[in-house]
Design a protein around this ligand. Structure first.
Ligand code: TGC
Ligand code: FAD
Length: 396
């Protein structure tokens, strides 16, 4: 009877030896964030999730490990690294918790990125370094109560009022909004064109109530944004873009990070299940000795390896500026779903223990239900692929 066992769990995580393609900079970034997650996130995350409390003290720590805008230029406070480094950082954060990765995704890809890409030089100098250091927290307001998958139908609007715009409307499901100092808000102007504005907390008529009762992403704070005749100076409009492609291009940046990030949650579940299956004895044998358990574990690592390959290839395309929105959609959809299935299978391997907070699986599984929905739902991404391969949009 062959009893050869692999003991290095991280080796098991990299079944196709993708490490060979990583630079020393990638590995250093990974080690730094992995260590930070072990020290700062893992010991507290179950408690914060159980209380549905956002560990806000981690906003600063995320800045210190370079999680905000890793691939944005250094002169604006970004990390100056490539897209693969950005992906790896998201993966390590989400190994800890999807909500912690969300804190970084929103700040870096949905707040810093649009200011960097579409903002004026004054806006960049004023906001980006402070956002990179976690001195300011931002949020991204696209979704509305009646316009989720179809943001082009938004009704939030601005009216011209001399040197300012009067902003009215409401945004729903906004990560970080109750604690945010600024919001990047997408609204229609009087010509019906979508524009982006930087809206500072504290303006008269601005409020951001928290949404309670989430069974998913409980360590991430989510809220509304309500604008009741808010007077926003015209200097706060992002001058570089008009139309839905503005917010959608920010989503491409964030979805790319999620395609990597979700793998982290899946790997943490797989890792936990593998370890448990080797230790837990039933019928006189470890669970790992049963063929049905091996089938589950083997399928998990196969699917996770495919997800890793997809993320890595997408990263090489992104580094050349060639990753298309549809390719990003495919990877976001596939990798989130893979990790959700891995979480469900891992939960089964742990039996009753799998539903407790002694192990991270149920938290990851519940989190991944949100990740499957936000940044474009599972089905919307499938329809984006459908559009890409047929040339026919299912949305018109
Ligand atoms: P459609 O006609 O297809 O496109 C309108 C214009 O946008 C361009 N475009 C993109 N540009 C850059 N990146 C992308 N990913 C793009 N996708 C489309 C497109 O070329 C076109 O440009 P132009 O110049 O011709 O005007 O638009 P549509 O109205 O048919 O909608 C398409 C659809 C349904 C795919 C899109 O609206 C969509 O992706 N819906 C999903 C909405 C969504 O993902 N919302 C996410 C909200 S933010 C969030 O969830 C944050 S969670 C944060 C966290 O905590 O991590
Ligand atoms: P709907 O659009 O109502 O969709 C409901 C169902 O119908 C889905 O299954 C969907 O796939 C399906 N459906 C819709 N249209 C079609 C179609 N044409 N064909 C087939 N099926 C369809 N948004 C932000 O702007 N900023 C944030 O920071 C943010 N953070 C979030 C945090 C959390 C915790 C959550 C849960 C959401 C967040 N969102 C955020 C919103 C998120 O992007 C939306 O929930 C998502 O885009 C889906 O919109 P919806 O919930 O309105 O669902």
């Amino acid at each position: 009877m062959a009893k050869k066992q692999k003991t290095d769990l991280y080796q098991g995580h990299d079944y196709y030896l993708l490490d060979e393609f990583l630079s020393s900079e990638h590995k250093l970034a990974r080690e730094a964030v992995r260590e930070w997650v072990k020290q700062e996130v893992s010991p507290i995350i179950e408690e914060y999730s159980e209380r549905a409390d956002c560990p806000q003290h981690l906003f600063k720590g995320l800045a210190e490990v370079g999680a905000y805008g890793p691939s944005l230029p250094v002169e604006y406070g970004g990390g100056g690294m490539d897209e693969i480094a950005y992906g790896i950082i998201m993966q390590e954060l989400e190994r800890g918790d999807s909500g912690i990765r969300s804190m970084a995704s929103v700040q870096g890809s949905l707040v810093m990125y649009p200011i960097y890409k579409f903002g004026s030089e004054d806006q960049k100098r004023k906001y980006l370094p402070k956002l990179a250091k976690g001195e300011l927290i931002g949020c991204f307001g696209l979704t509305e109560p009646d316009h989720g998958s179809n943001p082009g139908g938004m009704t939030t609007n601005v009216r011209d009022d001399g040197d300012a715009y009067i902003l009215n409307g409401a945004k729903l499901w906004i990560t970080n909004s109750p604690v945010a100092d600024i919001a990047v808000v997408w609204a229609k102007n009087e010509d019906g064109k979508i524009i982006g504005l930087i809206v500072e907390k504290g303006l008269k008529g601005y409020s951001a109530p928290e949404i309670h009762g989430k069974w998913s992403l409980r360590a991430s704070i989510t809220g509304e944004l309500v604008f009741d005749n808010v007077r926003v100076p015209k200097s706060m409009v992002l001058p570089g873009v008009q139309g839905l492609k503005g917010p959608l291009s920010c989503l491409s940046k964030a979805r790319y990070g999620i395609a990597w990030g979700a793998i982290g949650a899946g790997l943490d579940c797989y890792d936990t299940a593998l370890r448990y299956a080797k230790e837990r004895i039933q019928f006189g044998k470890p669970l790992a000795a049963f063929q049905l358990t091996q089938k589950k574990l083997a399928e998990m690592i196969t699917e996770l390896t495919k997800a890793q390959l997809m993320a890595w290839r997408l990263g090489t395309l992104a580094n050349k500026g060639q990753a298309t929105p549809a390719q990003i959609s495919m990877a976001k959809r596939n990798n989130v779903y893979t990790s959700l299935v891995v979480a469900r299978e891992s939960r089964q391997i742990l039996g009753g223990m799998g539903i407790t907070n002694e192990y991270p699986i149920m938290r990851h599984m519940n989190n991944l239900e949100t990740v499957l929905t936000y940044e474009g739902t599972h089905d919307i991404h499938l329809l984006i692929t459908g559009h890409d391969i047929t040339g026919i949009s299912a949305f018109e």
